[in-house]
Design a protein around this ligand. Structure first.
Ligand code: ADP
Length: 386
């Protein structure tokens, strides 16, 4: 027993020693692992923070790019789509998978040239139905054939530009005519007509008439350009007072032309706005009615209030306006009968002035007419809050 017991005791002691040694080793190993774990945890935290900030940057980039009006498309050196923003599909109708599917064709060419030559290429191209105009810039980035395409819709800008160009051309033409006439009369007088009393009288009249026409055109152009920047809406204006004054101002002209001109105020609306501009508006409407009504005719002006709107109605029994011209009479320099307008001292700008004043006061102007039997112009403006 002693022998066996001794061996067992030795074994137990050895095992116990081994266990203790093992435990010590494990504890040491654990201690040794802790800094490694801490380092790994720190690395993981750093990576997570970096991922979060990359995601944030991406989100901000998408927000910024998607809130732009311009369409943006990034294409890699092989022409494959890498990135696009939301506006791109609006401008192109669809998002192309690569440069080969880019439409309109001018844009495809621009991208190809920018990628091959490494230079900025700008183009304008027409697209869609109804037609729209796009301006695109294909910009090489990084020098490896990558291209950033930025597309803008310039349809409205082109329309405004065309209107401006037309206006300048029309205004120049309108100004040139009386200037040419004044020069011709002056030259004729200078060349001897001044010594012939009859001819001198005729050419002096021509000088006066054309000078007056020139000053009317300039005055209307100045009014129009002032009105395009808005009206000063700082006064409380009694509309019937304005109408009464303007009708009185034109009574003599109407009488001389054999036209009955009268006015009537059913109500007495007050409008917030510019007395000067409202007077200009009424003057142009009544002046037109008198000029386009033959002798024996009637022009009636009415002021009334309905549904919170102050309304001025100018009705005449004059020559009327053909249906096809009605939508265009408020355009600058549009005339139905150029000769008649000229004969009666028209500038072609009166109704454009009327429309501007009405719109500046938050109102609208409309016209109804029957060719040959008369016209009715109606301006409705919001009344001032009491
Ligand atoms: P204009 O100086 O030539 O009268 P407006 O801008 O005042 O220019 O008017 C534009 C055109 O609308 C006129 O040339 C004329 O043909 C037509 N028009 C305007 N008012 C009347 C009206 N009361 N009756 C008939 N035609 C009118």
């Amino acid at each position: 027993m002693d022998g066996v017991g001794g061996v067992l005791a030795l074994v137990v002691a050895a095992v116990a020693g081994a266990v203790v040694t093992g435990a010590i080793l494990i504890a040491r190993a654990r201690r040794a692992r802790r800094p490694l774990e801490r380092a790994l945890a720190r690395t993981r935290d750093t990576l997570e923070a970096q991922e979060r900030s990359v995601a944030e940057v991406r989100e901000v980039r998408s927000l910024v790019l998607d809130s732009m009006d311009e369409g943006v498309l990034l294409l890699d050196p092989e022409g494959r789509r890498v990135f696009e923003n939301a506006a791109l599909a609006r401008h192109l109708g669809a998002v192309p998978a690569d440069a080969e599917h880019l439409l309109p064709l001018d844009l495809r060419d621009a991208v190809r040239r920018a990628s091959a030559d490494g230079e900025l290429v700008e183009v304008e191209a027409e697209t869609g139905a109804p037609s729209r105009w796009l301006r695109a810039a294909a910009r090489p980035v990084g020098g490896d054939g990558t291209v950033l395409l930025v597309v803008r819709d310039v349809t409205e800008a082109r329309r405004i530009d065309a209107i401006r160009r037309d206006f300048v051309a029309n205004a120049s033409h309108e100004l040139k005519t009386p200037v040419a006439s004044i020069r011709a009369a002056a030259e004729t007088l200078h060349d001897g007509a001044i010594d012939d009393p009859d001819a001198a009288g005729r050419f002096t009249e021509q000088l006066e008439r054309e000078a007056l026409r020139l000053s009317r055109i300039i005055s209307d152009l100045l009014d129009l350009s002032r009105l395009e920047t808005g009206s000063e809406l700082s006064e409380l204006v009694a509309l019937d007072g304005v109408v009464s004054e303007e009708v009185q101002r034109l009574e003599d002209d109407a009488g001389a032309a054999g036209i009955t001109l009268d006015w009537q105020a059913r109500d007495h609306p007050i409008v917030r706005g510019s007395a000067r501009d409202l007077a200009l508006m009424v003057r142009n409407l009544v002046d037109n009615a008198v000029r386009y009504t033959p002798g024996g005719g009637t022009v009636r002006v009415q002021v009334l209030q309905r549904d919170g709107q102050a309304t001025v109605v100018v009705r005449d029994t004059g020559v009327g306006i053909p249906g096809r011209d009605l939508p265009r009479v408020f355009e600058r320099f549009y005339r139905v009968d150029r000769a008649r307008s000229r004969e009666t001292g028209g500038t072609g700008l009166g109704l454009a002035i009327v429309r501007h004043v009405a719109e500046n006061h938050g109102g609208v102007v409309s016209v109804q007419s029957e060719f040959g039997s008369g016209s009715t112009f109606e301006v409705s403006l919001p009344t001032a809050a009491s």
